[in-house]
Design a protein. Structure first.
Length: 761
């Protein structure tokens, strides 16, 4: 959508009139146009947020987050808070949990937990009283991988640390059955053997047991130890299973769909899931519905089993567990630090509750309540909102400023005549006027100022695009700033238009299932590199055509990168040396070992930095040692070189000394340490194309902008709900891309403060 000529105030007022007339589609177009005119317009943010929230396209906390970013007044925030309802905690009980492996009975105040030392415990949720069912203590780490509790809380089961499946009477603690499960295929990714993952479910009377691990599903009758193999799939198919209270109905979700076994007959419901394997599936109380949590797509889908019809798609939560209400009208999803309450009819998130890591949740015994268990052991009962209040849409007062419009036109003429300093003074006055802070013409003129001005700081930053939600395997932003790429865990690579917004195309990469694809865009955004298990491919972004396959590797490709001129590719892999390849010929240039590279060093060969413990090694392309820097007392979490290779940034990382330091590569001397920000705990760091500035991530899930010259933090660019994995910045320093393995990929737009000076750095 092109930027409009009308002001954001005018467009928002027009949208409210259209909503009153029932023209929702045109109203939404007007609101989106208003936010193109002013990305932080408070009223447009509020109105569009309400509209999308009520249609199930966003969540209540995302609406509040957008309002906070737009710095709206308290009145608009209060309207959203009133519609979603106040949080009411009815009670809290503390369990002495030592693990996050927890299950709650669907219709009784009973929970079962499995500890990391092999102990299985039943808990009374009314008073927190424990009963140890299986007390075997191991000398080494041998956790209980899965537990189950019957719907009425009288029976429990666990996959114990010794491999056996045990079933107990929870009233007196007697072991009713011990089942010997068969071995399962090992999982591996590249050169790494992954830990087996299990799930176990139990009928209410304890006579039927369902177990899944690494793609294998098996059922037992505890009365006679009879066992049936229900499914044997690929080892990455998932462990999402559930069993009805009477033991007659079993469901299992994997990449092939939702598999249903009932009365000795098996069938499959296609169309689910979208990710690398769902993590949870739950049956409704009457067996009519099944809900599937799909973290890869940040969705929960609800299915009617009899017809195979999808009843609801709930978007916006990387959920680890789900629970359906008794009447099948509502759903609870728990994952990360959130508990969400959904209405299935409209797919709407009615209320989000923020908490410490939620490991289990269900609807309460009393109507209109929810029970959740946190990783620390706190069991909290909340009253769920009943709804009723509907916040009104708001129209802003329309402001006209002919004087500011005249200054803007004069500034554009000054820029065209090469009088950048005069234009800067005029635009500074324009952008100080209400309604013109982020007006499209004013922003375009501001960014068009030439070499007579320089960046001196950050005015503000705002969300520009959400490219993906949920689980992301990788993402990159072209140096040109107009193209981005994201990759899901199922290997789907998407190309995005950053400036206009929207999906451009899907690249037909061909991953195998043992490892996700890694991606990189060329500086001009015209080509794409993908690393698919043991193969690197070069693609045309314009056509989606594969241009070349570059070598094959014994180890899994873990990173790919273009050189600054786009002529070569740097490939990192597990289990072997990294390599530099010529893209035009597909020939190997040289082996190389590096965690950061300066591609354009003008006074010598390519310079690479690699991390070993707390030491950074600087080497040339031939591997010869240039400099050894003892950067940190413990490990080095990240390194970044300026394009000319003269300066190096290092970060202590998540498990290091939590500092970011600037080094002179010629002398190896410490120049300065960046200022500490309370609670930030820096992890990653990256120079921008302007070496005076750098972006960084922290354990608080934020993206910071730093002035490298002073070591000071210029501000928070953006925020995720999960730790940020990587950052990318375009060459004009307009956009920053950040992505998380569990919280999507987002693009943030930077608005720089400018001053008269010699060049923009």
């Amino acid at each position: 959508m092109d930027r409009p000529d009308a002001t954001a105030d005018e467009l928002t007022g027009r949208a409210v009139d259209l909503l009153a007339d029932g023209e929702v589609t045109r109203a939404e177009e007007a609101l989106r146009a208003a936010l193109l005119a002013d990305p932080l317009h408070p009223t447009a943010t509020y109105d569009l947020g309400l509209l999308r929230w009520r249609r199930g396209e966003t969540t209540d906390d995302e609406v509040l987050g957008a309002l906070a970013a737009a710095r709206t007044d308290g009145a608009l925030v209060a309207e959203v808070e009133r519609e979603r309802g106040a949080e009411v905690v009815l009670g809290e009980v503390k369990l002495r949990l030592r693990s996050s492996t927890v299950r709650i009975a669907a219709a009784a105040p009973v929970a079962l937990s499995g500890d990391e030392d092999g102990v299985v415990t039943a808990w009374d949720l009314t008073d927190g009283a424990p009963r140890v069912l299986h007390g075997e203590r191991w000398r080494r780490y041998r956790p209980v991988p899965a537990v189950a509790v019957g719907a009425d809380g009288t029976r429990g089961a666990a996959v114990c640390a010794d491999g056996a499946i045990r079933v107990w009477d929870l009233a007196d603690g007697r072991c009713l059955a011990t089942l010997d499960r068969p071995p399962v295929p090992a999982k591996s990714a590249g050169c790494h053997v992954l830990e087996d993952t299990h799930a176990v479910r139990l009928s209410a009377d304890g006579r039927s047991v369902l177990w899944a691990a690494n793609g294998t599903v098996r059922s037992w009758r505890t009365t006679d130890d009879h066992s049936d193999l229900l499914h044997a799939g690929a080892v990455f198919d998932g462990e999402a299973v559930d069993l009805s209270a009477d033991g007659r109905l079993a469901v299992y979700a994997d990449d092939g769909g939702l598999r249903v076994w009932q009365d000795g007959r098996a069938r499959r419901i296609p169309g689910v899931p979208h990710g690398p394997g769902p993590v949870a599936v739950v049956l409704g109380a009457d067996g009519r519905l099944a809900a599937v949590a799909e973290p890869g797509a940040a969705t929960v889908t609800v299915w009617e089993l009899a017809s195979g019809r999808r009843v609801a798609t709930l978007r916006g939560h990387v959920a680890r567990s789900v629970s359906l209400s008794q009447d099948g009208r509502f759903l609870l999803s728990a994952g990360g630090h959130t508990l969400r309450y959904w209405e299935l009819a409209g797919g709407r998130c009615l209320r989000t509750f923020r908490d410490d890591r939620v490991v289990a949740a269900r609807f309460g015994d009393d109507p209109g309540t929810a029970v959740s268990v946190r990783a620390g052991g706190a069991v909290r009962t909340r009253r769920l909102p009943t709804g009723g209040y509907v916040a009104p849409y708001r129209a802003p007062a329309v402001r006209r400023d002919d004087e500011a419009a005249g200054w803007l036109a004069e500034a554009e003429r000054a820029t065209a005549a090469g009088r950048d300093t005069d234009a800067l003074h005029l635009l500074t006055r324009v952008r100080a006027r209400p309604g013109y802070e982020r007006a499209p013409r004013a922003l375009a003129a501001w960014r068009a100022l030439g070499g007579a001005v320089t960046r001196v700081g950050l005015r503000e930053a705002w969300p520009a695009r959400t490219l993906a939600t949920g689980r992301v395997a990788g993402a990159d932003l072209a140096g040109s700033g107009d193209v981005a790429a994201t990759c899901a865990y199922d290997g789907t690579v998407q190309i995005w238009d950053v400036v206009r917004g929207g999906h451009v195309r899907t690249v037909a990469a061909r991953p195998r299932r043992s490892h996700p694809i890694v991606v990189a865009l060329s500086p001009d955004g015209r080509r794409l590199l993908t690393g698919e298990d043991d193969t690197v491919r070069l693609w045309s972004v314009d056509t989606g055509e594969c241009l070349r396959a570059i070598g094959r590797y014994d180890g899994t490709v873990r990173a790919v990168e273009f050189t600054a001129d786009g002529a070569r590719a740097y490939v990192r892999r597990w289990g072997g040396p990294d390599e530099l390849w010529e893209l035009a010929t597909g020939e190997l240039v040289a082996p190389l070992r590096a965690d950061a590279v300066a591609w354009d060093r003008p006074d010598g060969p390519l310079l690479a930095a690699s991390m070993v413990d707390g030491v950074v090694w600087l080497t040339g392309l031939d591997g010869a040692l240039v400099r050894r820097i003892e950067a940190h007392s413990q490990r080095v979490g990240a390194v970044s070189l300026t394009p000319d290779g003269r300066s190096l940034l290092t970060s202590g990382g998540r498990f290091g000394d939590e500092t970011v330091r600037l080094w002179d590569t010629a002398s190896g001397e410490l120049v300065r340490q960046l200022a500490a920000e309370p609670g930030h705990q820096p992890c990653g760091v990256r120079f921008t194309a302007d070496p005076r500035y750098a972006v960084g991530t922290g354990r608080d899930c934020t993206v910071h902008l730093w002035d490298v010259r002073t070591g000071g933090c210029l501000g928070v660019v953006g925020r995720h709900d999960q730790p940020v994995e990587r950052l990318a910045v375009d060459d004009t320093l307009r956009y920053v891309l950040s992505w998380c393995h569990h919280d999507g990929a987002r693009v943030w737009e930077l608005d720089w403060a400018l001053a008269a000076g010699d060049g923009r750095g």
